[in-house]
Unconditional design. Structure first.
Length: 111
């Protein structure tokens, strides 16, 4: 099953505009195997969050991107939970990576 098909199977389904933004963020990763869902969703969520932090994008105009980043990270954890033996390590690694985004953004703003 592809990542796209895996996303199609998630319930409840996201609103159409949100799903379109998620798909755009994932790009070619949508064609990858569902076993790559956790890594692909986390990468795409990180990328979106990083862009939003760099742009200091906190207005309503950024709402769809913020929701998409949140959804992607949520899907990453959902996919990771399908392999319980790896879940704790994947969660720790993801939290470190996400925290680094905030740290880096704070450093950039301080300069």
């Amino acid at each position: 099953m592809t990542l796209s098909a895996w996303l199609d199977a998630r319930r409840p389904a996201p609103p159409v505009r949100l799903r379109a933004r998620i798909d755009a963020a994932l790009g070619s990763a949508l064609a990858s195997d569902e076993r790559e869902a956790a890594a692909a969703c986390l990468r795409a969520g990180e990328q979106l969050a990083s862009e939003l932090l760099q742009e200091n994008a906190t207005s309503r105009d950024s709402a769809l991107d913020l929701l998409a980043a949140d959804a992607l990270v949520t899907y990453a954890f959902e996919a990771a939970s399908e392999r319980p033996g790896e879940l704790a390590a994947q969660c720790r690694a993801a939290m470190v990576r996400i925290a680094a985004l905030a740290r880096d953004a704070a450093r950039a703003q301080a300069q």
